[in-house]
Design a protein around this ligand. Structure first.
Ligand code: ATR
Length: 293
């Protein structure tokens, strides 16, 4: 019996994830894996915070001596005016997903989705050529992180396709204040796709099309060069119909799970002092939870 007891010491470093609902997050499992692997006296716990109590919860992090927290839906934008400092990446994206409590009690907010996406793209698709234009599909919160990552990664232009082209235009104007390379807003139509995707170095789907329960994304991948990398930020299912079609054509396909794992590593290092690795064993471990095994 005694060997099954997981006791925390009086010095345990604590972080967590603020969201509502938060029960389905894979982050506690991800961080528990790394804490165990590195033998760190730490804990990462779910922090269910209802809308309306976010300000108290954020100050509570400091009062309770937590190292920080991840922030997920629906609080990623609402948390911004409640903290002391916002990194340029988070300001450009317009959302914070990671809070770090400093030794002086000040809270810094950053966004690890962009570096997570970029690190995963580089690791999973070493053939990706950032000197070519990038194509991003969708203009929601996920697209903002992906655009920031690709511009950070050095692409000369992002071609941003969205069903509601006005939303893509708003995003493009916003990013023009933060980055020199342009974002060009385009309608998500077969004609625009054929005309503007043919020289893409990478195509990233950030729309909800292809996610479990939604219709698939229907675009002709035949227009893409043989060395284009195709990525999806969805990880449920792990292989979306769009990624399956890309793989069937022989294109390098990058799924959304790697982005989740890589973004977690940035927060983990800030809270627990070790930059953890993303490896196949971790992928398999988190995948089992996603599949309910
Ligand atoms: P997130 O914050 O997760 O990125 P979101 O802000 O809800 O999610 O954005 C969803 C994206 O999927 C949007 O780009 C949306 O297009 P609109 O801006 O036109 O709504 C896109 N999307 C959702 N359903 C779609 C559909 N049936 N066809 C095309 N695009 C769709």
């Amino acid at each position: 019996m005694t060997e099954t007891i997981l006791a925390h010491s009086g010095r345990t470093l604590v972080a967590g994830i603020i969201g509502w609902p938060v029960a389905y997050s894979q982050s506690p499992r991800l961080h528990a894996y790394w804490l165990a692997k590195h033998g760190i006296d730490g804990a990462y716990i779910p922090l269910p915070v209802a809308p309306g109590t976010l300000a108290e919860a954020v100050r509570g992090l400091v009062a309770l001596g937590l190292r920080g927290a991840n922030v997920t839906k629906p609080h990623k934008e609402a948390v911004m005016p409640l903290i002391d400092e916002i990194t340029p990446t988070a300001a450009a994206i317009g959302a914070v997903n990671t809070l770090i409590v400093g030794a002086d009690g000040r809270i810094t907010g950053t966004n690890t989705d962009a570096p997570g996406f970029l690190a995963n793209l580089r690791a999973s698709a070493p053939t990706w050529n950032p000197a070519r234009p990038a194509v991003v599909l969708g203009a929601g919160g996920g697209a903002r992180a992906v655009c920031a990552a690709l511009l950070e990664g050095g692409v000369p232009e992002v071609r941003l396709f969205n069903r509601t082209v006005e939303k893509a235009e708003v995003l493009a104007r916003h990013f023009a204040q933060h980055h020199a390379a342009p974002i060009r807003a385009l309608p998500l139509t077969a004609e625009a796709w054929r005309a503007e995707a043919a020289d893409a170095g990478v195509v990233v789907n950030t729309t909800s099309l292809g996610m479990t329960g939604n219709p698939p994304l229907d675009l002709d991948l035949g227009v893409l060069p043989a060395d284009t990398v195709v990525a999806d930020i969805v990880y449920s299912p792990l292989e979306t119909p769009f990624l399956a079609a890309a793989a069937a054509r022989g294109l390098v396909a990058v799924d959304g799970l790697g982005m989740l794992l890589h973004q977690g590593g940035v927060g983990f290092e800030a809270w627990f002092g070790v930059r953890p690795e993303v490896d196949d064993a971790l992928r398999a471990y988190v995948l089992k939870a996603i599949r309910g095994e």
